[in-house]
Design a protein around this ligand. Sequence first.
Ligand code: SF4
Ligand code: SF4
Length: 253
Amino acid sequence: MRNNPAYDPTDPRYFDETDLRSEVERVFSLCADCRMCVKFCGSFPKMFDAVDSYCTDEKYTEVDAKKLKPQDVNQVVDLCFQCKLCYIKCPYTPGDHDWSIDFPRLMARGKAQQVKQKGVSRGDKFLGNPDWVGKIGTLTSPLANWANESRLHRRFMQTLLGIHKDKKLPPFASKTLASQFSSLRKEPQGEPTAKIAFFSTCYINYNQPELGTDTLEVMAHNNVRTLLRHASLAQRRHGCGNRGGAAECDEFT
Ligand code: SF4
Ligand code: SF4
């Protein structure tokens, strides 16, 4: 029988705790039998550790996902950063298989429910506004980069925002890609061979603009007209479960 999980936030079941829990149990027990995605991120190893520790009586016996502790499920959800790799690899996705597994959307649903219950965390509010962080970071890049290397400051950030003190953070550039784009872009000679929109992420714009400037050079060499577009804010907020904040972004509509 084809499953019909509530992956759409407008579905009345989307925020139903009981429905979400039974969907988690269904999908986690199928994943525990498959295990193909174990290498992609922290979510799957965390799930399999929990399953192996207390959801099976002995090795190779049936998984009882009803035993999963809510705190372990929450950690699986927290460890997903919405890269979508498991969706690409999974042979059981909606439309391709009756099991209709869309693991990233299940994680997004779990995160949205956490946010509905507890609100957006301070760290996710901060990281969910990468344009603001990027603007301040590039404007004050020598100071910001020094602070990100300072043990004392990193301990403060860990306490305040939950960003681990040992997490390697990318340095801020002194000039954004957007501020250099017009002066670096070369108009095509005659009719362009193609027109492209280059979607710079916040990372390229604020942290490594040389990836964008190199792309511009390659496009100019091939007589391609390039426009700059910037879209990552809505995706970032969506990934944090902040659906209201994501819907406020133009590029999300
Ligand atoms: S998401 Fe699909 S491929 Fe990945 S472990 Fe689960 S069932 Fe297997
Ligand atoms: S979408 Fe989430 S769960 Fe799937 S591989 Fe990426 S981080 Fe892991």
